[in-house]
Design a protein around this ligand. Structure first.
Ligand SMILES: NC(=O)c1ccc[n+]([C@@H]2O[C@H](COP(=O)([O-])OP(=O)(O)OC[C@H]3O[C@@H](n4cnc5c(N)ncnc54)[C@H](OP(=O)(O)O)[C@@H]3O)[C@@H](O)[C@H]2O)c1
Length: 97
């Protein structure tokens, strides 16, 4: 399956498994929304790394997913960034309800 031209939200993608997933999807032409609780300044190195091989666009939203209000804010921002919808959702980090 080709992911070129698709959209993806990967939670917890500033490091580790999430970051590798975001980097791979972006390199294959998918537009990705990277999230993490760190500040945009602290996420800079990760975003630069993901962008280094990206064909698709790379977006970042800071969000502490332990906080329900911030979870909703990620959804709101994802809706603005990808008005066409999200094709691939990777819940790599999240809260247990
Ligand atoms: N690595 C393994 O061998 C392994 C095995 C089994 C299961 N897992 C599970 O797979 C997931 C990822 O593992 P990993 O090793 O890739 O972890 P990791 O390198 O520590 O990455 C965790 C990611 O989650 C984000 N994150 C942490 N707390 C957050 C919060 N409160 N709100 C929003 N984002 C948050 C971090 O971003 P910030 O630092 O920007 O917040 C980071 O991007 C975890 O759920 C882990 O339990 C991993």
């Amino acid at each position: 399956m080709s992911v070129a031209g698709k959209t993806a939200l990967i939670t917890g993608s500033t490091s580790g498994i999430g970051r590798s997933t975001a980097k791979l999807l972006a390199a294959k032409g998918c537009s990705v929304l990277v999230t993490g609780s760190r500040s945009p300044d602290d996420a800079h190195e990760a975003l630069k790394d993901i962008q280094s091989t990206a064909v698709g666009k790379v977006h970042f939203v800071q969000s502490d997913l332990r906080d329900d209000t911030q979870v909703l804010e990620v959804c709101r921002q994802a809706d603005q960034i990808f008005p066409e919808g999200i094709n691939i959702l990777v819940i790599n980090t999240g809260k247990t309800f």
